[in-house]
Design a protein around this ligand. Structure first.
Ligand code: FES
Length: 109
């Protein structure tokens, strides 16, 4: 029996949109909101636009290196792992793999 779960690939936007806006924010058909950020090493990382503390919009947070700062209470989340630097990892943001194909940015979930 194959135990691998096939992941769904969902288009979030284009590289051009990401470069123009500095990040991509998308609301998917099922209501999930995702933000894709460009890290300092130019790789991409995606987090759910929902802070695990009290639901703040992480997509509107400031990016500082590899960390997004929640605009509501200032908790800092690693955008690759989702771990929170301020709560000894009690809180963890949902993250997604990001890939780019022919100028389109996708997340996998
Ligand atoms: S809602 Fe994000 S830190 Fe409180």
């Amino acid at each position: 029996m194959n135990s691998q779960v096939k992941k769904e690939r969902v288009a979030i936007g284009t590289i051009r949109q990401l470069e123009e806006k500095g990040k991509l924010i998308a609301r998917l058909e099922d209501g999930l909101e995702v933000a894709v950020f460009k890290k300092s090493d130019h790789s991409l990382a995606a987090v759910e636009n929902y802070c695990p503390h009290k639901g703040g919009p992480l997509a509107l947070g400031k990016l500082r290196g590899e960390t997004v700062v929640c605009p509501w209470h200032g908790f800092r989340f690693d955008i690759s792992s989702g771990t929170c630097a301020d709560t000894q990892s009690i809180l963890k943001a949902r993250t997604f793999s990001v890939l780019v194909s022919e100028e389109t940015v996708y997340i996998e979930r």
